[in-house]
Design a protein around this ligand. Sequence first.
Ligand code: ADP
Ligand code: MG
Length: 296
Amino acid sequence: STPVAIFCALSEAAMTGLLVKGGEYLEILAKVKTMAFDKTGTITRGEFVVTDFQSLCDDISLSTLLYWVSSIESKSSHPMATALVDYARFHTIEPKPENVEDFQNFPGEGIFGKIDGKDVYVGNRRISVRAGSTTVPTMEAHTMGGKTSGFIYCGPSAVGVFTLSDACRSGAKEAIEELKSLGIRTTMLTGDCHAAAVLIQDQLEDALDEVRAELLPEDKARIIEDLKKKKKGGVAMIGDGMNDAPALATADVGISMGISGSALATETGHMILMSNNIRKIPEAVRLARKTRRKLI
Ligand code: ADP
Ligand code: MG
């Protein structure tokens, strides 16, 4: 039977919006020494804004490009997809997802769709390989500013580029610093480019102990596996559920953030934070430690 202290802690957690799928996860969380955070949607708000969008081809108009990209991105639930669809609408281009065939999602890379007979790929520099290209347009000036760059390919030709920016969640710096004061090492794992990862680390005033970028979902899981082997104490992973399922499942305790409604039932995390308040993470650690002290 569940000890009363655990039962009380689980209800206390639930009241603050943290669902725990079993008392054992609180016990593990109490001992966690390393926490890995996803970037997009976890440390950042996951609310991208398109800051630049260009055609690289004289015979493909900006409107055509916006129509292709927004129609295909309409089929994705990635935060970048939402931003690109909004951007097209702002430029009075209505996405037509019904014209897209053979849609494919490449987690950590981007997407593909056939539209009006054209094979269109949208994503980060990795998508060039999917498109069958060996070159990626240079975007030095933009990535210098820490923006996320995106590339559009029509078949193997690069036909467009765009940039997006996102912002840190409020309280992210405080949450990371609080974890540090609790003796927990923090690391950020992201599929985004190095420049974007470094900008976030700057905004956090170097609060994170480590930052790793350009990772695929399976790379994140492998890093969690390595941390479990090398570091003493447990490893927690905090993600937004988008492309993070393998890492969340690999961690001793996986915490998914900002989940609500129908997504709850299928969620991979051992703990689910029902709000976007990242400061609930150190709070959960304190609660877990308090409960553990009551049990010994
Ligand atoms: P993070 O690890 O920061 O949460 P993701 O794993 O979700 O990032 O995605 C990694 C990268 O893959 C993104 O930064 C983006 O460049 C690219 N990407 C993923 N999905 C899409 C999409 N639907 N459209 C464009 N780019 C995408
Ligand atoms: Mg993410």
